[in-house]
Design a protein around this ligand. Structure first.
Ligand SMILES: O=C(O)CCC(=O)C(=O)O
Ligand SMILES: [Fe+2]
Length: 575
């Protein structure tokens, strides 16, 4: 583990563990023996671990004393010390001589989740390194259980289950039909997973021990999040579920997170998107203005919380609010991409990475030693000059937008980014279904003080695949989408700048705001909080330009990492 990683994980509550985001094996743990040989009984440390011959990790349950696969300990505890061996979930992973690994959180490089032949060396080697500090806003409610079950079911049983998108739309219509007030109709309701529990038949239907474990352990449903009335005066905190149903929500319907478009200012601040004390007065005023613009609904009490946060459901709170998608036991749940209500194909997965991982990713980008010499954090390296007054770097295959081809891979995606790609497939049904295997990534370093901005563009329709995935780090921004005039002629290179391009021309900071033109109904603005993942598909991918105006950088720094799949392609034009 690097010193940076150590720092990121320092001072974590005892007994909580975070799966390592690093490919470097963690330090070996001492065996729990009595070194003094006195024979005096010594209380075992909270979570002893050992590995069997196959390398699987087990731990002794501090409550019932059973040997439990390490990755199941929180599920085990949540379920009141259910014996995993009787569920059939861990029969292949017993402490003695088991060959298979126990079920583990997807996307962490466990064997169960890794596609064949990929991700060697991306094992969750540092399962024993300590967990990151809890995020206060992540302890308050747990919509993820519901979201996870819904997403997971859809992903695991595509023939039976409606697609995530169709479920979203049908559910939204259900909400509308129920006669909810206008603000409430913004609530997207997961009608098919209202009880928040995996159907018992899931266990039989799925051959996956992972799914079987989830179904067998069926945790109690978490309280759904709820919306207040339009004035934001609804009940707070844990009263949310009750008050929401008292307001007339159909029984059995559970809410899923709102799209960040509806993120109110206070909640945005809580979620880390808008950091106090970071910005100058001008930018603060701008943030308030933006927040007001995107504020179409208000969450009660707990505020907005994304998919990944609070992932432990009720059990998470009981064990101290384990809240990260990478926190061990934080769940085997799917992360739910929240679709934009009007921009087809645009989704946001909130809290896709934890703050500690965010720091690790930024360190990867910034590290002067790890920095790849072929793509330094300097100058403008984004080939089509879409990102202005930024710094950039890229990994993977090399699309050449001028010669119209994709050159072979010279420098593979670093392990950290491959691990992220694994997680995307493992935990985001949308990306799993489309088997998203990015082979290129580019990072952009935006600085508000430098006047950074992103020109309206459509990512190359020929050279890059159907999915564009942006990971947002360090700061928040509002991305503007505009219907692309050239989208009908989607046969060639990246679209020409949209008509709104002039409004993004670089201007002195004082004038930038006035230059923001009002959005037409074909234009959509979306708040992208840090640590979120944005997926662009369908219309959002092909028929809309996306851009970030200088004044829409809501914090001093924002870094994005964009993942794409670009197939090798001979150059059409000479160099
Ligand atoms: O910064 C972002 O989130 C988007 C970057 C982007 O659109 C691109 O690299 O093509
Ligand atoms: Fe783009």
């Amino acid at each position: 583990m690097s010193s940076k990683q150590s720092k990121a994980c320092h001072g974590l509550p005892a007994g909580q563990k975070r799966l390592s985001f690093s490919a470097v094996p963690g330090p070996k743990r001492p065996k729990p023996t009595d070194p003094g040989g006195t024979g005096a009984p010594r209380p075992p440390p909270p979570l002893q671990q050992h590995r069997d011959a196959s390398g699987s990790s087990f731990t002794r349950c501090p409550v019932c004393g059973a040997q439990v696969p390490l990755l199941c300990i929180n599920l085990h505890l949540d379920a009141g010390c259910v014996d995993l061996q009787t569920t059939g979930a861990a029969t292949a992973a017993g402490p003695s001589g088991a060959r298979s690994r126990p079920p583990g959180p997807a996307g962490h490089g466990t064997e169960l989740q890794q596609p064949q032949g990929r991700g060697q060396g991306l094992q969750a080697a540092g399962m024993d390194h300590p967990q990151q500090p809890q995020q206060p806003q992540q302890q308050q409610h747990q919509p993820q259980k519901v979201a996870g079950v819904a997403g997971g079911a859809a992903a695991e049983a595509p023939p039976q289950a409606p697609s995530e998108e169709s479920t979203d739309r049908a559910s939204h219509q259900t909400a509308l039909r129920s006669g909810a007030p206008a603000t409430e109709s913004l609530l997207i309701v997961a009608a098919d997973c209202g009880d928040g529990q995996a159907a018992p038949s899931d266990a039989g239907r799925s051959a996956s021990p992972l799914r079987a474990a989830e179904a067998a352990l069926a945790l109690p449903p978490p309280p759904p999040i709820c919306l207040a009335d339009g004035d934001g005066s609804g009940a707070g905190g844990g009263g949310g579920a009750g008050s929401r149903s008292a307001q007339g929500q159909e029984p059995g319907l559970a809410a899923v997170p709102l799209h960040p478009m509806f993120l109110p200012r206070a909640a945005a601040r809580e979620s880390g998107g808008l950091k106090s004390g970071q910005s100058c007065g001008e930018r603060t005023a701008r943030r308030d203005e933006v927040a007001a613009a995107v504020h179409l609904g208000v969450l009660t009490g707990s505020g907005y919380e994304g998919n990944g946060g609070g992932g432990g459901g009720g059990g998470g709170a009981a064990r101290g609010g384990a809240s990260s998608s990478l926190v061990e036991g934080g769940g085997l749940r799917m992360l739910r991409p929240v679709p934009h209500p009007s921009l087809d194909g645009q989704y946001v997965v909130s809290e896709f990475v934890t703050p500690a991982e965010e720091a690790e990713l930024l360190a990867l980008c910034d590290d002067p030693v790890l920095q790849p010499p072929w793509s330094p954090w300097s100058g403008q390296t984004y080939a089509n000059a879409t990102a202005q007054r930024t710094r950039g770097k890229r990994w993977g295959v090399l699309p050449d937008y001028h010669r119209r081809g994709v050159a072979p891979l010279e420098h593979p995606l670093p392990p950290l980014l491959r691990l992220l790609a694994e997680r995307m497939r493992a935990r985001v049904g949308l990306l799993r279904r489309q088997s998203f295997h990015p082979n290129e990534a580019n990072a952009i370093d935006y600085r508000a003080s430098r006047g950074s901005w992103l020109r309206p563009h459509v990512d190359d329709r020929i050279l890059s695949g159907d999915l564009i995935v942006n990971l947002c780090l360090a700061g928040a921004a509002v991305m503007s989408f505009g219907r692309d005039k050239d989208s009908k002629a989607a046969g060639g290179r990246a679209a020409a700048p949209a008509a709104t391009d002039s409004s993004y021309r670089q201007l002195p900071p004082g004038q930038q705001q006035q230059q923001q033109q009002p959005l037409s109904r074909d234009e959509v603005r979306v708040l992208l909080p840090p640590r979120s993942l944005q997926v662009l598909s369908r219309a959002a991918r092909y028929s809309y330009t996306h851009a970030i105006a200088p004044a829409d950088l809501l914090d001093e720094r924002r870094v994005s990492i964009t993942f794409r799949r670009s197939e090798l392609r001979a150059f059409e034009k000479p160099g």
